[in-house]
Design a protein around this ligand. Sequence first.
Ligand code: HEC
Ligand code: HEC
Length: 434
Amino acid sequence: MQQQHDQGGAVFRMDGRTIFFGAFIVFSSIIFVVVALPYLSFQPKQSADARPLNALETKGRQLYAANGCNYCHTQYLRPQDWTGVSSFRTVGRIAQAGDYYYQQNPMLGSERTGPDLSQEGGAHTDEWNMAHFYNPRYTSPKSIMPQFSFYFTQNSAGGIEPTEDVQALIAYVQSLGGQAGYERAQRQRALKEKLLTERAKGNEAIIQEWFPSTWRTVRNPMEATQRSLYHGKQIFTTNCVGCHGLLGNGKGPAAYFINNPAPRNLTDAAQQLYFSDGEVYDAILFGVDGTAMPAFGDLLTVNDIWDLTNFVRTIPNGGLQREELDASMMISPPDIKPIEVTPIVIPQAPGNVPVVETTPEGGLGQTGGAGAGNATPAVGPTRLPTSAPVAKPTAGAGAGAKTTPSAAPGGQGLIPGGPQTTPQPSPSVTTGVP
Ligand code: HEC
Ligand code: HEC
């Protein structure tokens, strides 16, 4: 060893200097490859939805950061985020790098204490957001989101007024989802205008345009047992009273902000009978566009919603005030046809006589699935002419009705629920979005 040194040439000793410079070179090349190289070479083009924010939205974005909204909310969806991707509340668009083109520091967020907001624009109306910021428990009784009522002031008459900060937060939330989110929010505003103008003219029937016409004649397939009614009541009191009120009269605390249109007065039998069971189901599943009525498809199962629909029918007869509930308290829409049971032809061995069975007890279309995603539209392989026996519209109670209902003449499956469902056709409007 000593000899080699004497012959000259560079020698690396494991002394402090070697360790320091060696570590430095290793560290900086890692940083170069992991940070600097992507920064220099990854310049994604703007995506089709990328949209620069206007002044009010930018202010909202600053408030979003200042209030730590991004500690609870993310702004990206990955393919595996199936609850977000299959949302009933808004569209589930997978994030692209180019979506963040105009943002210096994207507010991706790291944790989903609350839902992902990347496509929040148009998920709700401005009024819904107003009530929600004032107190999230008004619109979402089980919410743990903090209230932002300090951004509201009192006017001289003692009323609550939103400050510009609230307007900015709402504008920002409605801008999420880029161009598409902005257009959805504009569409909500346009549908609200349309609804209000038509109603002002006395055209109440306009609301029927909001629902697919196949729902018009659909009756609740869930038998109105005590279980169903009590379960429906429990869901109502934990989800709906903030807007529809403890009495169901549409005067919950959120109605202070949501008054145009106001929450439906469910104690009024005439107003309720305007909607068939199928339409009530649709209103709860998808919400009612242009109004603050939110979509509950992400929170409630198919069976939950049918139980709820049963219960809502008892509200005009004091279902919310009375302890005891039974089916005799329900009001029933007059123009609804009874449900036919889908006959099922059991595949037969050659030569055998075909066996035709109706299936009051299950069969193909089990509606008793656990989650909204499990509902299988019940369309049997063959449908017999209407001479087929018409079953009692209801069958199993308890864990879920096992009736296999087929929708009335329209011939569509009864239960559209399930994230894969194509969104309902909603009334079309031109929003005049640039
Ligand atoms: C402590 C966590 C937390 C913080 C902080 C928070 N949120 Fe939320 N947020 C939630 C939860 C939980 C929900 C779901 C329940 C609900 O609707 O309130 C939610 C819901 C929402 C929704 C409605 C989503 C939908 O369509 O149902 C919006 C919009 C929203 N938050 C915006 C904000 C904004 C803007 C801020 C900051 C000013 C904020 N949140 C701060 C937890 C939080
Ligand atoms: C954020 C407030 C809000 C919440 C929460 C809410 N609703 Fe509504 N709901 C509304 C508004 C506003 C309307 C009025 C729509 C209109 O003008 O037609 C409405 C309308 C309805 C209608 C009639 C459909 C229609 O188009 O008018 C039914 C039925 C209904 N709600 C049931 C429920 C049930 C059941 C729940 C709980 C699962 C619920 N709502 C929760 C605001 C709300």
